[in-house]
Design a protein around this ligand. Structure first.
Ligand code: ARG
Length: 577
């Protein structure tokens, strides 16, 4: 490999001749790559008909106590498994990286050199932690270098409730944004507010009847929702009332669409106040956006164009005055682009919005984090864009997720994000108070209980595959005990170091599956291994100072890796609780 690579390795405290496959491995970021390369080299040495890249791909995590295992059949070598295995084991030469091989045909099981492993893994974590920068942190890789991601998440509707769907989008979306940054992508995160529509008509009319400027300033999101709920209740009182409320609301929204400055000023006030409140709440959640956009910002031009262009291409038809695209042959029903009365709709804004975003950002990938309840909607507008001939339509990706069942506070159903956070803090605070001694040692119980409460919500949300529905459960969520039992079994240093070494791989797998749950599983395995090792590998009571130091070093590295994984999930690590 090049002298440039050699220099890079030296700068990272690695030996100059670390096993490396140029363009494939990154041992300066993931030391396990070096062990895998060393194994691959030996195999290619014995079977020269294979390429090193191909063999490297076939070096898996070990089975049956081995560190790494290779299944020979995947290389389609000529000869009997028994003979192939024998040929290799006889030729194998131990080196600084790999110590021994055993075989149960057709598998080869490798054991790596423990002292090399310990030294290299801990040095790497230590080096990358001490020299941390925007693009250098343990766990990172450069697979997304030079690529641009636009990712949309959270996207609540102003003047309506913040429901669990928005919560999940917020949590999963922030994870995916962090994950792509960790994999070297240039990420722009965007919040696509539901800030346009008849709901503003209801709120504006409701405000005339029930509004209070004082309440609005105090908690705009809550007050606007209250007003919205009250005016809708009025509408249900009688047919007459219903008609009145509806026509007032639609009238107001029409004025907004026509650009009536008076109506727009009211709309803008509601939007600005709500947004300011949301921004505070996102900050509390350790969530952030580069761009606050919204349905109101989608221009007329591409909304009209999508109809015109579709008509020219012969994919749009007029039925009863409405313009639609028939997608039945793709099992996607009929997508309405323009209603009979000419008003714009959600789908049209998404089509036009995607075109505008492409023109502005020229993304390599655009991700929409939206509930599985909107699978049909997303599939429809992706398809329409494809049929309209936009060659970037295949860069759009819908990341979906299931429902949360029964999310509630002790007072009732959650409708506001702020209620949920407050409840999480107070449930957690009650729990902490149960242990008086520990409680007394916590400096700032307010902040601490809020952070742990938020952590509990996030971890519950990200523990299983995204698409699964789950039951919201405060008791399970806030419990301090996990199923640590079985994990004590393998909780000794070697296991911990292998786990630490695998973190860069965990990041890459998460990138492939777009699943936070693998990262959560990794964290619990590591946490369990550490708490098990705590007793078996004491630091303070160890008489041999060298051994005590080595152990402490390992625990510090473990803490750093756990911290990196938590931050990936948008969780702020606490020092004390
Ligand atoms: N505001 C929408 C809702 O609450 C979600 C927006 C999803 N994103 C999109 N581009 N359609 O249902």
């Amino acid at each position: 490999y090049s002298s440039e690579d050699a220099k890079l390795f030296q700068e990272h405290g690695l030996p100059e001749d670390v096993p490396h496959i140029p363009g494939v491995t990154e041992p300066q970021l993931c030391i396990l790559d070096a062990f895998r390369t060393s194994i691959a080299r030996q195999i290619v040495g014995v079977f020269p008909e294979l390429t090193i890249e191909k063999v490297y791909d076939g070096v898996d995590y070990g089975k049956k106590g081995a560190d790494f295992t290779v299944a020979l059949p995947r290389f389609k070598l000529k000869g009997k498994p028994d003979e192939l295995v024998k040929k290799f084991t006889e030729a194998f030469k131990p080196d600084t990286w790999v110590e021994s091989v055993t075989a149960t045909a057709p598998f080869l099981h490798f054991q790596v050199n423990t002292s090399t492993l310990n030294r290299q893994v801990l040095n790497q974590i230590d080096f990358l932690t001490k020299n941390k920068s925007k693009d250098r942190e343990y766990g990172r890789n450069d697979s997304g270098k030079g690529k641009k991601l636009l990712i949309e998440y959270s996207s609540p509707n102003i003047a309506k409730e913040f429901h669990v769907g928005h919560l999940r989008s917020t949590i999963i979306g922030q994870f995916l944004a962090n994950l792509h940054r960790t994999c070297g992508w240039d990420v722009t995160s965007i919040n696509y507010l539901g800030d346009w529509g008849t709901q503003f008509g209801y709120v504006a009319y409701g405000f005339q009847k029930y509004g209070s400027q004082e309440e609005l300033d105090k908690d705009p999101i809550k007050h606007l929702l209250d007003v919205y709920v009250k005016i809708n209740a009025d509408g249900r009182q009688s047919e007459e009332m219903g008609a009145k409320v509806k026509s007032e609301a639609q009238g107001f929204f029409r004025r907004m669409e026509e650009g009536d400055e008076e109506a727009l000023a009211i709309w803008r006030k509601y939007r600005d106040l709500s947004l300011a409140k949301y921004q505070q709440e996102y900050k509390t959640l350790n969530v952030d956006f580069d761009v606050y956009w919204g349905e109101s910002k989608v221009g007329k031009y591409w909304q009209d164009q999508s109809v015109t262009r579709g008509e020219e291409l012969g994919i749009v038809e007029t039925v009863d005055g409405a313009k639609l695209v028939n997608l039945e042959k793709y099992k996607l029903g009929k997508a309405i682009l323009r209603k009979k009365d000419g008003t714009s709709i959600y789908l049209t804004r998404d089509i036009a919005g995607a075109v505008e975003r492409y023109e502005k950002y020229k993304f390599d990938k655009m991700i929409y984090v939206v509930s599985a309840q909107q699978d049909m909607h997303l599939a429809q507008f992706f398809k329409v864009l494809e049929l309209m001939g936009f060659d970037w339509a295949d860069r759009l990706e819908h990341i979906n997720y299931g429902l949360v069942l029964g999310m509630s506070t002790r007072k009732g159903t959650v409708v506001l994000l702020s209620d949920l956070v407050r409840e999480a803090s107070s449930v957690m605070h009650d729990q902490m108070r149960k242990n008086e001694d520990k409680y007394a040692a916590v400096e700032d119980p307010e902040t601490t209980s809020r952070e742990i409460g938020i952590t509990a919500i996030k971890i519950q949300d990200m523990s299983a595959k995204r698409i699964n529905n789950y039951q919201f459960n405060w008791d399970r969520m806030i419990s301090f005990e996990g199923d640590t039992g079985p994990y004590l079994q393998y909780a000794h240093a070697r296991e911990i170091i292998m786990l630490l070494a695998s973190y860069p791989d965990v990041v890459k797998v998460a990138m492939k599956t777009r699943e936070p749950s693998g990262v959560v599983t990794f964290m619990f395995r590591l946490a369990h291994a550490i708490s098990g090792a705590w007793e078996i590998l004491p630091v303070k009571s160890e008489a041999n100072i060298e051994i005590a130091r080595a152990r402490l070093f390992m625990f510090i590295c473990a803490k750093n890796v756990l911290g990196a994984a938590m931050r990936l999930l948008s969780i702020r690590p606490l020092d004390r609780m």
